[in-house]
Design a protein around this ligand. Sequence first.
Ligand SMILES: [Zn+2]
Ligand SMILES: [Zn+2]
Length: 140
Amino acid sequence: MREAQLIGGCLCGDIRYEITPPALFVSQCCCKDCQKATGTGHTTIIGIHKDQLRLHGTPATFTNTGETGGKVTRHFCGRCAGRLYTSGDLPGDHIMVQAGSLDDPGQVSPQNIIYVKDRVHWDKLDDTLPQFEGLPDRVL
Ligand SMILES: [Zn+2]
Ligand SMILES: [Zn+2]
């Protein structure tokens, strides 16, 4: 069976996208930057090669330096502030799409939890998933 295409966009609908499957990984990220950027305990990210994303619209961006020293750029809607995806030095040709921006976020299932060292006690996640203190040596 062919994996279904993943379709999503921001809250206001100005920016839409399609992802050509397959996703390379799906992770729950509990890092401090994801907490600040989303205002929640963690974010759910879908790792893909950048060529797998077809974007309609132009996101606003914010770049800072990640914990590992590389530049991290977060892409979001300039109108509604809906988070869309993250790119940067470290993932290289890979980007991480916010699973919550999918029209049907239930299409993907997280495979692991990363940056558990920053995890907040009230943020309940599936503890049967493999957990990594920071970034796994190989997420891609
Ligand atoms: Zn929007
Ligand atoms: Zn994170």
